[in-house]
Each structure stands twice: as C-alpha cells, then as structure tokens.
Design a protein around this ligand. Structure first.
Ligand SMILES: Nc1ncnc2c1ncn2[C@@H]1O[C@H](COP(=O)(O)OP(=O)(O)OP(=O)(O)O)[C@@H](O)[C@H]1O
Ligand SMILES: [Mg+2]
Length: 236
C-alpha cells in the first residue's frame, strides 16, 4: 500500500553541521505515529524538512508517492500537510480568531475544519476569541496553534512537542482532542519526549538519536528496555 508520507534516506544540515543522517520514515493514511528522542536528536529538523522549511532533494520526501522534498513551505501546506510548530508561534498582535483565520488562508475544500468546528473542539477559545494571543495561558495558546493548523484541513498534521511546558491537566485536555482530529481521517505525527504518552496515543513509534532512527515498531510491541537503549545508546 502506498504511504501517505515517506522519507527516504533523508538528510539535513545546518551549514557544516549534519543534523539528519538518512532517515526513513513512513506514515500510512489515518495513522498516528510518534517520534521520540532526547534533546537534539533531530526531531524538529525532521518536521522542518517535511514541511519545506528546510529544502531537500525532491525524492527524499514523498507525499502520496509524489516527490515533494524541494517544495516550499507554502506548496507543502497546499498539499495538505500542516504543522503545529515547536513553541506555538502565534501572531502576538492578533486575536485568537485572527490567528485561526490565518491558518484557513491555505484551505483545502474537502475537509470539515471551520472556526465553528475548532471552537467546538476547544470551547475555551470561543470565549477568548477576541483576546490577543499573548493574553492566553500556555495551554490556550497551544490550542490556538493546533486550531490554526487544522483550519487548512490537513490530511497530515505534524505536532512538535505540543505538551512542552504545560501542566499535566492541560496536557490531558490537549491530547483529548486527538481522537476528534483522527476521526476526520487525518494522519497525525506527534513529536513527544514523554515516552509513556507516545506509547499510549500512537500506532507506531520511531525513536531517534543523533540524527538517526534507532528503533521503530508498533507501539504495542515496544519494550521499555528497547526504548531506553534506542534513546540513550546503551542497554538499560
Ligand atoms: N538553526 C540551527 N542551526 C544550527 N544547528 C541547529 C539548528 N537547529 C538545530 N540545530 C542542531 O541540530 C541538531 C538537531 O536539532 P533539533 O532541533 O532537530 O533536535 P530536537 O530533537 O528537535 O531537540 P529538542 O527536543 O530539543 O527540540 C541539534 O544538535 C541542534 O543543535
Ligand atoms: Mg525539537
């Protein structure tokens, strides 16, 4: 079966510094894949490469079998790949609603995400719709960042450490949105440093270390020892 997204021997570098050394990743339609790994493993670099923030050789990234590695970030988004970036990156001078509408500017017609649907997913955002992004709590800002990405009606949603810096109860609220997102048929890739959470929400896991995939498999088949070794480079 054709993968929705595939990377083949994906490399990336910042100047002379090599950050990815031949990453092979596959995401099937509707699947939830988690990427885990320590700080500096290359998780965000992988997300930036897929979304066209970093350019690659065309055939290193395939979307529905079509090479997209050299496309711009705009072109990648138009194909239905949206990212919730590390650190949320809201437009601080704009209201919640304006931030969401910006996400809807690149909009594919066949999806269900509207302002109304985002407000139903995260009711607190409806109450705060006129507030500037900076007036929100961290969790509310993360909800806006997710809603903004959904407004493009993506077939693939990439989430880079959406729980970072949030209280456990808030993280739970954010992750509670995942089933409704997957119900639309979208595949989801989450970057997550919390191994237990990654195992509980994902169908499959990729563990990265120092720019390489060190372990991959179905979440249900993963053992703690194998993950520990793949994470830290030594047996547990
Ligand atoms: N703009 C940049 N310029 C130079 N080096 C960078 C840049 N961004 C990242 N790197 C380096 O590339 C490597 C991978 O970084 P990346 O941000 O992809 O890791 P990460 O797995 O997302 O880490 P974290 O969990 O801290 O977010 C690191 O060694 C990092 O220092
Ligand atoms: Mg990162």
């Amino acid at each position: 079966m054709a993968a929705l997204l595939e990377t083949r021997g994906l490399t990336a570098q910042y100047g002379q510094f090599k950050a990815l050394f031949g990453v092979d990743l596959q995401v099937a339609p509707g699947e939830c894949v988690a990427i885990i790994g320590a700080n500096g493993a290359g998780k965000t670099t992988l997300m930036r490469s897929i979304t066209g923030v970093l350019r690659n050789a065309p055939e290193m990234i395939l979307h529905n079998g079509i090479p997209i590695g050299a496309l711009s970030a705009d072109q990648v988004m138009q194909r239905g790949i949206a990212m919730v970036p590390e650190g949320r990156r809201l437009f601080p001078s704009l209201s919640v609603e304006e931030n969401l509408l910006i996400g809807g500017q690149v909009r594919r017609g066949d999806g269900r995400w509207t302002l109304e649907a985002v407000y139903t997913l995260f009711p607190v955002l409806r109450e705060r719709r006129r507030s500037p992004g900076t007036a929100l709590s961290g969790g509310q800002q993360q909800m806006v960042a997710i809603g903004r990405a959904l407004m493009s009606n993506p077939g693939l949603l990439l989430c880079d450490e959406i729980s970072l810096g949030l209280a456990p109860v808030v993280i739970r609220d954010i992750y509670a949105a995942l089933p409704a997102i997957r119900e639309t048929g979208a595949a989801v890739v989450i970057v997550e440093q919390d191994i237990s959470r990654a195992l509980s929400v994902a169908d499959r896991i990729y563990c990265m270390m120092e720019g390489r995939v060190t372990l991959t498999g179905r979440a249900a088949d993963m053992t703690r020892d194998a993950i520990h070794a793949a994470y830290f480079g030594n047996a547990a």
